[in-house]
Structure formats: C-alpha cells, structure tokens
Design a protein around this ligand. Structure first.
Ligand SMILES: Nc1ncnc2c1ncn2[C@@H]1O[C@H](COP(=O)(O)OP(=O)(O)OP(=O)(O)O)[C@@H](O)[C@H]1O
Ligand SMILES: [Mg+2]
Length: 243
C-alpha cells in the first residue's frame, strides 16, 4: 500500500451549528458557527474540555447527525439533501469510527467483530470478508487472537480489534473519539501510532478527539473547541494544551 498525494475534500463545514431543545424548553447551543475542512491525508486533532461539543462535532463529521444550521458537505454532497438511508450507506463505505470504550460486540470473537462491517459491503469485499478481516487483524498484530472473545483481551488489544474493525472497509475518513482514553499512556501511544500508520498507508484522513497532549502533538493540524467554538491551534502550542 502506498499513500497517494491527492488532496480531496472529504467533509466541509461552513457556519455549522448544532443545538438541542432541553426538557425545560431552553435551547442549548452545543456548536456555534463551525468552519472546518477535512481533506484526504489530513491528521487532525481536536482538543477541548469535557462537554465542549467534541463528540457532537465528530458525529456531524461522520454523518451520524446533521447540523441545526449551516452547510455540511460530504464528498461534495450537501448532507441535508441526503436521506438517512443514503447517509448510512455513505457512512458505511467511507467512515471508520473508533471509540474510547472500544464498543466491541461481547460474546463474538475478535474475528467476528472485525467481519461485522463487511456484511454491509458488496461483491468481492463481501465474499472475501473472512480473509479481509484476518488480514486486518494481522495488520494490528492480533492474528493469533482471532478466535478470542473480547473479555479475554487486554484494553490495548480490544482497542486494536476495534481499530481493525474500523479500518477493514478501508475508510477514507477515520474518526477517533478519545481512542486512548481508557488505556495506559504507553499502550495509548502504541494504539495512536498504529492508527497514524494505517491512516498514512491508506491515505485516509484521521480526525482524533483527545484530552491527551501527546496524542494532539502527533497530529499535523490541531484545533481547540471551547464552548462550541472551534479555533486553530499551532501544533507547537499543543505541548502546553490543558484540555
Ligand atoms: N441530545 C442531547 N440532548 C441534550 N444535551 C446534549 C445532547 N447531546 C449533547 N448534549 C450536551 O451538549 C454538550 C456537549 O456534548 P458532547 O458529548 O459533544 O461533549 P464532549 O466535548 O464530547 O464531552 P466529553 O469530553 O465529556 O466526551 C454537553 O453538555 C452535553 O450534555
Ligand atoms: Mg465526548
């Protein structure tokens, strides 16, 4: 696999807001006027305090949610013109999610977990799902644990299975929400290095949400989200970030 140097815009947000109506009828403005472009090959970190809107933003980037106002284009298509089915299909074929708590299916082997997204694929991807899943498990160094249940794996191993699952359809956009949050520092670094390497190999874009300054420092672009407002952060500044 070789990285290509095409700079395609995967997602673009212009003046995007997201708000919700609370039970007392008050409006909560979670995201305010977000401008952000994610291009293939980008490695972007977003830092910010708990509750500032990071997961809400990541869900918008991954078409799990739609803006309240503003423009969000995914591969050039306005998200508000896509049906929820079309969004789900686009998400399945283009986006890989990695979460803090791994979210593996319990009672299913590592291999079965990695195969799951391929049930939504077509043609060669579908028919060769077992082989593709095994290759990806091998890529994250867990081929020997393919038939192990998640509860028998360490946290770092579970996250590597989750990464294999997120990447098995070769997504062009990898979205990681606190991927090292449940891991010790060293394991977290190994997991981030793996995500970084695989994203580079496949020329995917990687957007990582993190509280961890070491993780933020790995990214090539860094933003801070503060009360729903996104602003760029010079990478040199990330060393002093206290998110
Ligand atoms: N559907 C919802 N209804 C009501 N409030 C919501 C909803 N979704 C998010 N919020 C609120 O919006 C704010 C931002 O939530 P979000 O999950 O994006 O924060 P976060 O930055 O990811 O936090 P953390 O670092 O703790 O994961 C929080 O105050 C949360 O309670
Ligand atoms: Mg969150």
């Amino acid at each position: 696999m070789e990285a290509t140097s095409t700079n395609e815009t995967l997602v673009s947000l212009r003046s995007v807001t997201r708000s919700v109506i609370l039970p007392d009828q008050q409006q909560l403005h979670i995201l305010r006027g977000i401008d952000l472009e994610v291009q293939s090959g980008d490695h972007t970190a977003i830092v910010g305090r708990s509750g500032c809107g990071k997961s809400t933003l990541l869900n918008l980037l991954g078409l799990l949610d739609v803006p309240t106002s503003g423009d969000l284009e995914f591969l050039g298509q306005p998200a508000d013109r896509l049906s929820s089915n079309a969004r789900a299909r686009l998400r399945g074929s283009t986006v890989g999610f990695v979460f803090q708590q791994f979210n593996l299916l319990p009672g299913r082997s590592a291999l079965d977990n990695v195969i799951t997204p391929l049930f939504y694929a077509h043609g060669r991807e579908f028919w060769r799902r077992r082989e593709l899943a095994m290759d990806m498990l091998d890529r994250v160094g867990l081929a020997e644990r393919a038939h192990t249940m998640p509860n028998m794996l360490s946290g770092g191993e579970q996250q590597r299975v989750a990464i294999a699952r997120a990447l098995v359809r070769r997504p062009r956009l990898i979205l990681a929400d606190e991927p090292t949050g449940a891991l010790d520092v060293e394991t977290g670094q190994a997991v981030m290095a793996l995500l970084d390497t695989v994203a580079t190999e496949t020329a995917a874009a990687l957007v990582t949400i993190t509280h961890d300054t070491n993780v933020a420092a790995l990214a090539r672009a860094c933003y801070r989200l503060d009360s729903g407002v996104l602003s760029p952060l010079a990478v040199a500044e990330t060393a002093g970030v206290s998110a």
